[in-house]
Design a protein around this ligand. Structure first.
Ligand code: SF4
Length: 108
């Protein structure tokens, strides 16, 4: 009987600790999503986009460095998770398209 109570107590403490640890993490994720939503989308006509040969649709890219299958969403510099638009580490303050591409693509 005492053994069952101790097991239950241990399970409760583990669950509570995990829940407490998840709260700030979830808050941080929500903050990042809100921050991302506030950013404007990069235009292909922006100077930085032109300098990187950036396109919203990688399938339309005709560039010597481009290889089929490369998209922002699988680039090591992508910080957008599964979103359609996300942050790129080298393009400050603007969102890039998950299906986009630029000549700085890095194997993720
Ligand atoms: S560096 Fe990567 S994520 Fe950023 S625009 Fe280029 S391909 Fe997309």
């Amino acid at each position: 009987m005492a053994d069952q109570i101790n097991k239950g107590r241990r399970r409760f403490l583990k669950t509570t600790a995990l829940g407490a640890a998840a709260v700030p993490f979830t808050g941080l994720m929500l903050q990042q999503q809100v921050a991302r939503a506030d950013l404007p989308r990069l235009s292909e006509d922006d100077d930085i986009a032109r300098s990187l040969d950036y396109k919203h649709d990688a399938t339309q890219v005709e560039h010597r460095r481009y290889q089929e299958g490369q998209i922002c969403g699988n680039c090591a510099l992508w910080r957008g998770g599964d979103d359609e638009w996300g942050v790129c580490q080298i393009i400050p303050g603007k969102l890039v398209a998950r299906e986009g591409w630029c000549n700085a693509w890095v194997q993720g």
